[in-house]
Design a protein around this ligand. Structure first.
Ligand SMILES: [Zn+2]
Length: 399
């Protein structure tokens, strides 16, 4: 299934209620007139994969897709293009059988459904969701403050023949309420993700175990998961209010991940604005393993929608300040001939949930704007709790 996602854009899907109709269309009846028998049939998202048994017990596999997903195949009917190394006699039989029954087959046009939905500002797209639906990512964990959006996401995933479930109740984090959606290849796996994702385990050991297992199943790199687990153990939870820890988990994560060569692909701080390639905190903003994951997601988006991919890159390349309270501020500098920083031009708050800016973030950006000396500085040279500034850049050749 995974390789299918790379090959074509799944603009169409065969919903589960089409199984009987599709089965009949590929059955090659009446069986008395030829030597081929339908052996297996499976509907996989945007394609039907069938095997036939022929004379001498030979097996033949045929993959059929919606004609518009495969514009240059030679053999096609109104509803399918046929791809497979089959004897011409068998291909003739399949074609005739499809022509007779395909009027009943109903494809679901996913393009219309996405067109109808409101697109985000400047056509940003959910790159990770796309990568998951195309088989590039093994699973997906997505949180949203909006129940309707969460349920819509579950439906989108199910339409692509994947499984999804959401948190049974709102999850409180950072003083906000979130709904969390889990997508996986099977419902059992999606539910397992939900089981593992319980931040308030009784013992630290149990929480570390579940976090490791969750990270592994979501395809996050080991080094980055270990970084998260270690911070989580030190902080005793998500919030600075616990155990008298003085800085926010986001600030601590930024401090630990800071790198002279921070890569725009690994910028995790604009998720609230819908711009991200990863949904984990990388162990370093130049972590090679995290970069591999982020690039695979970027490629999936680029193949589907190059304009959205370029827009996403443009946004992720930026300089951000993370203060001790976890507020993120976008900094813009006036630069010299060699891109060196001349002076701070502007500081603006980054929204933590789509379209909303907290008063804390607004205060943080106002404070940053007053600091003429605010610059990307290695955290080793900063005092504890000082605002961390990261410049997310790096080469363009993400492919
Ligand atoms: Zn890492």
């Amino acid at each position: 299934m995974a390789e299918v996602g790379h090959e074509t854009s799944p603009h169409f899907a065969l919903p589960p209620d089409q199984e009987a109709v599709v089965g009949a269309a590929f059955a090659l009846e009446p069986a008395s007139t030829h030597d081929y028998r339908l052996e297996t049939i499976s509907i996989e998202q945007n394609q039907v994969r069938v095997t036939y048994r022929g004379p001498g017990d030979a097996l033949y596999t045929l993959v059929c897709r919606h004609p518009e997903d495969d514009p240059d195949r030679e053999r096609r009917t109104k509803s399918f293009t046929l791809q497979g190394d089959l004897p011409p006699a068998l291909l003739d039989l399949v074609e005739a059988s499809l022509r007779a029954r395909e009027g009943e087959v109903r494809w679901r046009d996913l393009r219309n459904e996405t067109r109808k939905k409101k697109r985000g500002p400047q056509s940003l797209r959910d790159a990770e969701l796309l990568a998951f639906l195309r088989g590039v990512k093994p699973a997906l964990r997505r949180s949203t403050a909006d129940l309707e959006r969460a349920d819509e996401l579950v439906k989108t995933i199910e339409l692509s023949s994947r499984a999804a479930c959401r948190s049974r109740c709102e999850v409180r984090l950072d003083g906000r309420q979130w709904w969390v959606v889990y997508g996986a290849s099977t419902m059992a796996e999606a539910m397992q993700l939900r089981r593992l994702d319980a931040p308030w385990r009784v013992t630290k050991a149990a929480r570390a175990h579940d976090n490791r297992e969750l990270g592994r199943r979501l395809g996050y790199p080991n080094c980055c998961v270990e970084g998260f687990v270690s911070r989580d153990l030190r902080m005793g939870g998500w919030s600075r209010r616990w155990l008298g820890v003085t800085t926010h988990y986001r600030h601590l994560a930024a401090r630990e991940a800071w790198s002279e060569q921070s890569r725009w692909e690994l910028n995790p701080h604009l998720m609230g604005e819908g711009a991200s390639l990863i949904s984990f905190e990388p162990c370093s903003y130049s972590c090679p393993a995290a970069l591999t994951v982020a690039r695979a997601t970027f490629r999936a988006l680029y193949e589907e929608d190059p304009f959205a991919a370029e827009e996403l890159e443009r946004r992720l390349r930026c300089t951000l300040a993370v203060d001790a309270d976890g507020h993120i501020t976008r900094l813009e500098y006036e630069r010299g001939a060699n891109q060196e920083i001349v002076r701070l031009r502007s500081a603006s708050p980054v929204s933590e949930t789509f379209g909303q800016t907290s008063s804390g973030a607004a205060t943080a950006s106002a404070a940053a704007a007053k600091r003429a000396d605010i610059r990307p500085t290695p955290p080793s040279r900063l005092k504890a709790g000082a605002t961390v500034v990261v410049e997310f850049g790096g080469p363009t050749d993400a492919s």
